[in-house]
Structure formats: structure tokens, C-alpha cells
Ligand binder design. Structure first.
Ligand code: KIV
Ligand code: ZN
Length: 501
């Protein structure tokens, strides 16, 4: 019989822990909504005790997102568990995920506790968590480097205390697929009680083995996999959801398992997470990279034209990457625009839809055909924005080989026009200095990336910037056929987010 593998998504917790990926509450909600559409089984919405903002976002996700189980992480400490319990309480289905280090190095150096103390704390805290919520998950942190006999002992004890899921993390991405698969087999053999509950795995990617280790664990009998969209997460990241799910689906005869994931939502989810976190997806990334379904070599193209399966082991359609039949242009009206967005899976509030339509019209004037990818960039600009404190009204740039680059720009600030003129080492530098003059702040630019969305010299340029203020990172996007305009729009989007917190 085909086994069902639960997909536990931790993009909003472990994924959000990665440097620079911080998200505000609205963005987390947007991602959680999309994760529900993707049909993940569990959403780890955050670490409720980490900050008031984390608590609030877990709570709002618990209140608003229906379908998946909503989970919060908690150390094996009463205060953490109380916060987690309070935050997930409004959910239809809630879970508390508590953890404590079990490897010699974690126990000795980090916790300064003996194995007996760790065992006792784990049992007490699982019982404590159980007093708030029936669904408790326990993780022996750094299980990949823990002593097996101690692992069996603590797992047995927390199951008896009421844990319903045991998660085995390879916290530092140290193990290999052979070792990790064997660890899962050994746990199943030595802790027979595990058969009645879920056995989960959580692999980090320090050696690039997170997905391989997770798949080896599934083969060995794991029933839940923890993963993140685009594999984002601490250091080298977590196992990537899309790779695990498509691996299990594409090689179903080998794994003989199913997931509940609506794979057609994968591409959109990947784009959303990339847009909101500002973490770009490498073009050659498996499943969701821009080149994942591009056949460049002539011999490959010829093969694919005769029969796709010659060089394609999964279809682009299976991850929701459909070649558009309907291309919009400057004569397309509101209805066609809205229908197109709906077909692409976007539903927008009236006001944002109108703004997106106006952007589309401006771009359609500059560009013959507006493709799906262009529309995604337009939507990314309009749908995920903070309140617009600063809006670009107009900009004039001077640049070239024999002139000092300068920018003269006007922003609309609370209904009033403000103008500034600055020079710089290049047109973007000059324009950003002019923006800083009006805004009265100089947030550090930590990242600036630009990509042409489609081919051709009239392509839309999409700029993503990340700025830093007081150790917080804010991301902004801008899309335009003029890359300086796109750059300023992205910078303003990030600044608007910065000033809205
Ligand atoms: O990597 C890890 O060990 C974790 C645990 C909290 C599950 O993220
Ligand atoms: Zn982790």
C-alpha cells in the first residue's frame, strides 16, 4: 500500500531564520496563505517567544489560515511553551514543537546539562506542552551527532509523556544519506512505540545533502519531512520542499509514497517566497530554477520536440509553469488583465488590482508583449507593499562617459511633491542619494540585484534591493523597462517597508 508522507513546512520559522530573509506580518500571512493552497500538512509559523512580532505573526496565521496544522517552535522551557501555546491557540488544528539538544557537544557545551537532566527536562516539558495542546512534536536537536542509545531512550520517554511526532534533525547537515537512512531504520527497530506516531526528519544542507538525506529517511520509514520553499534556512539552508516533493512524485515507483501537495502551486510559491524574502533562486536550481525546464543544446531541443520525455523527467505544467496562450498587450482591457491574473492564481484587492493595471498599461506602452513573467513582476510590486509613504513622481538622469552622473527626482510624500538633485558614481548611486536626501535617512544598501525578465532589449528589468537599518533587513522590488526607474522603485519599496514598522 502507498504510504502517505506528511509535509511540514518550516519556511516561516527555520527559513526565516536565514540571514536577511526577515519578513513582516503581512508577508508571512501571504506566504502562509500560499502554503495552504499548496496543501502542506503542517505550517511551522514561527518561534513565538523570539519577539513580540514573531508571537503576533504566529497568532495571526493561527487565526486566519485554515487547512494545515499551525505550529510554533518552543525550546524545552516553560516560558517558551506558554508563548507557543497562546500563539497557536486560535488555530483550527494546532501543534507545539519543542526541542532540546541531545548530542554530547550540545549537552556539554551549550546546555551545560547532563544526559539525565536533558532526559528529565524533555519529559517534563512534553507533559507541560500537552497540558495546553494535544498535538506535541519533540525534536532531539542535533540527533545526527547524538549517541544512538541515548536517542532511543529519550524518544521512548517523550512518547510515553505524550509526544505525537518525533522529529529527527540533522541540525548541522553532517550526516550522509547512508548514515541518516540507517539512523531512521535503527530508531524504528529500537523504539517499537514509534510505529503508532509520526517519525519526522529535518535536514540541513551544509554538505549539500539535505534532500538526499530526507529521501533516504523516507525510504527507511520516516512519515513526515520538514522542509522549506527554495531550501532557504539557517546557513546553507534546509531541505527544499519542491525537490523532495517532486523527487517522491517523479520516482513514485521507487519510493511508493504519496504527499498531499498540489504540485501545480510549486512555481508560484517559490516565486512568492523569493520575492518577499529577496532571496533569489539560482537559475540552475532543481525544479524551480529559471533553467530547470530550458533546453539549450540543439540535440536536446530536437529530442524534446519529438518526445518531451527524451530530456524531461517531469513536465513544467506539473509545477504550475504553463506556457501562456494569452499574451497581453497595450490594447488589453481591465477584464482581460484581471482574468489573466486570476488564471495565474492571483486574486487582488480592488485597489491593488487597479494599481497593478495602471503599471501594466505603462509597461504595455513601452513593450509590445507583456508576458506572464512580466505580470508576476508587476504583481510582486503591487501586492506585497507596505503603505506607500514615498512614491516616485518623476526622475531625470544624466549619465555617460563624459558627464558626472546626476539624478533629479521628485517624490510624493504625504500628498506633497519634494524634489532633490544629487550626483554620484553612477546613475543609481546619484538617484539613491537624492532619495536619501528627501527621506532624511541613509539605510545601508546590503544587496542590489537586477535581472532582465524576458529576452530582448525592451525587456522589463526587475530590481531587488535589501537595505539594513538597526540590524533589520527590508526588501523591495521594482520593475520597469528603464532600469534606473526600476532601481528607484525597488529602493522606495524597501524604504516604505522600513518606515512602516
Ligand atoms: O535544525 C534543527 O535542529 C532545528 C530544530 C529546532 C528542529 O531547527
Ligand atoms: Zn533546523
Amino acid at each position: 500500500m502507498t504510504r502517505k508522507i506528511k509535509i511540514f513546512d518550516t519556511t516561516l520559522r527555520d527559513g526565516e531564520q536565514c540571514p536577511g530573509a526577515s519578513l513582516n506580518i503581512e508577508e508571512k500571512l501571504e506566504i502562509a496563505k500560499q502554503l495552504a493552497r499548496l496543501n502542506v500538512d503542517i505550517i511551522e509559523a514561527g518561534f513565538a517567544i523570539a519577539s513580540p512580532g514573531d508571537f503576533e505573526s504566529v497568532k495571526q496565521i493561527a487565526e486566519k489560515i485554515k487547512g494545515p496544522v499551525i505550529c510554533s517552535l518552543a525550546r524545552a522551557k516553560k516560558e517558551d511553551i506558554k508563548h507557543a501555546a497562546e500563539a497557536v491557540k486560535p488555530a483550527e488544528k494546532s501543534r507545539i514543537h519543542t526541542f532540546i539538544g541531545t548530542s554530547p557537544i550540545h549537552m556539554e557545551k551549550k546546555l551545560r546539562m547532563t544526559p539525565d537532566e536533558v532526559l528529565k527536562t524533555a519529559v517534563e516539558m512534553v507533559k507541560y506542552a500537552k497540558s495546553f495542546c494535544p498535538d506535541i512534536e519533540f525534536s532531539p536537536e542535533d540527533a545526527g551527532r547524538s549517541e544512538k542509545e541515548f536517542l532511543y531512550k529519550i524518544i521512548r520517554a517523550v512518547i510515553e509523556a505524550g509526544a505525537k511526532t518525533i522529529n529527527v534533525p540533522d541540525t548541522v547537515g553532517y550526516t550522509t544519506p547512508w548514515e541518516f537512512g540507517e539512523l531512521i531504520e535503527d530508531i524504528i527497530k529500537n523504539v517499537p512505540e514509534i510505529k503508532n506516531i509520526d517519525l519526522s526528519v529535518h535536514c540541513h544542507n551544509d554538505l549539500g545533502l539535505a534532500v538526499a538525506n530526507s529521501l533516504a529517511a523516507v525510504r527507511a520509514g520516516a512519515t513526515q519531512v520538514e522542509c522549506t520553499i527554495n531550501g532557504i534556512g539557517e546557513r546553507a539552508g534546509n531541505a527544499s520542499l519542491e525537490e523532495i516533493v517532486m523527487g517522491l512524485k517523479t520516482r513514485k515507483p521507487f519510493f511508493n509514497v504519496d504527499t498531499s501537495i498540489k504540485t501545480e502551486e510549486i512555481h508560484k510559491t517559490s516565486r512568492l517566497v523569493s520575492n518577499l524574502t529577496g532571496m533569489l533562486v539560482q537559475p540552475n536550481k532543481a525544479v524551480v530554477g529559471a533553467n530547470a525546464f530550458a533546453h539549450e543544446a540543439g540535440i536536446h531541443q530536437a529530442g524534446v520536440m519529438r518526445a518531451r520525455e527524451t530530456y524531461e523527467i517531469m513536465t513544467p505544467e506539473s509545477i504550475g509553469l504553463t506556457e501562456s496562450k494569452l499574451v497581453l498587450g497595450k490594447h488589453s482591457g481591465r477584464n482581460a488583465f484581471e482574468k489573466k491574473l486570476n488564471d495565474m492564481g492571483y486574486t487582488m484587492e480592488k485597489e491593488n488590482l487597479e494599481k497593478a493595471f495602471q503599471s501594466f498599461k505603462r509597461i504595455a506602452d513601452l513593450k509590445k508583449e507583456v508576458t506572464d513573467r512580466d505580470l508576476e513582476a508587476i504583481v510582486a510590486e503591487e501586492i506585497y507593499v507596505a503603505e506607500e509613504t514615498y512614491t516616485l513622481d518623476k526622475i531625470e538622469i544624466k549619465s555617460g562617459t563624459k558627464v558626472k552622473p546626476s539624478a533629479k527626482l521628485t517624490l510624493i510624500v504625504k500628498g506633497k511633491k519634494k524634489e532633490a538633485k544629487e550626483s554620484g558614481s553612477g546613475p543609481v548611486d546619484a538617484a539613491y542619494k537624492a532619495v536619501q536626501k528627501i527621506v532624511g535617512q541613509r539605510p545601508k544598501l546590503v544587496d542590489y540585484t537586477i535581472q532582465a525578465i524576458t529576452g530582448g532589449t525592451d525587456a522589463l528589468g526587475e530590481v531587488t534591493v535589501r537595505i539594513k537599518k538597526d540590524d533589520r533587513i527590508f526588501t523591495g522590488h521594482g520593475a520597469h523597462t528603464d532600469i534606473i526607474v526600476a532601481s528607484v522603485k525597488a529602493y522606495l519599496a524597501a524604504i516604505n517597508r522600513m518606515v512602516s514598522v
